[in-house]
Design a protein around this ligand. Sequence first.
Ligand code: GSH
Length: 210
Amino acid sequence: MKLYDYFRSSAAYRVRIAIELKSLDVERIPVHLARGEHRLPEYLAKNPQGLAPALELDDGTIIIQSLAIIDYLDALAPRPLLTPKDPLLAAKARGVALAIACDIHPLNNRRVLDYLREKLGQDESGVDAWIHHWALKGGLEAVERLIEPGPFCFGAQPTIADVCLVPQLFAARRFATPLDALPKLLAVEAHCLAQPAFAAAEPSRQADAE
Ligand SMILES: N[C@@H](CCC(=O)N[C@@H](CS)C(=O)NCC(=O)O)C(=O)O
């Protein structure tokens, strides 16, 4: 399998964590988002959405969307299962994962920020105000109230919630989002990053890191 990846992509970072937790052998193909490689015809032929990540199976089949990729990996290599078997735990973990992946992450995505700058004439302080507002209000502040640390987001094992949370906090820091009011999230993040699999997936540890 090949992962179309970018070291700083928080959606790709989610998949890298899943790959590391499951000890899967997956080749990484960097797609340089800052240089626009995701908009080249070769990449659009693989992922018509023009977003990272994408997973290419050995027969050439492409799977897009980080959560769909992680579900696929969960079915392929169930140890550890990132969407737990217990229905209530699964729903809680998935609720937090979706809050991050559907409601927080898209508002801070590169193409949205470029649109604010280029089409709506926002300067960097306007863009920062947008990023901080949408990352926190109804976003990470809500996630802070939803998780039940123990010491991962929901208990003693990592789930899809942790896999989404750690990259989102990385993204929040990149944009200097104030995180002081989120002690539970920061404690879960510290616990996760102390695990070798989470640490190996960190952006600074990737071959394409700059
Ligand atoms: N919902 C998608 C999000 C993918 C996504 O937005 N990836 C970002 C990087 S984190 C990207 O490729 N951005 C390029 C752009 O916005 O132009 C997923 O979970 O895979």
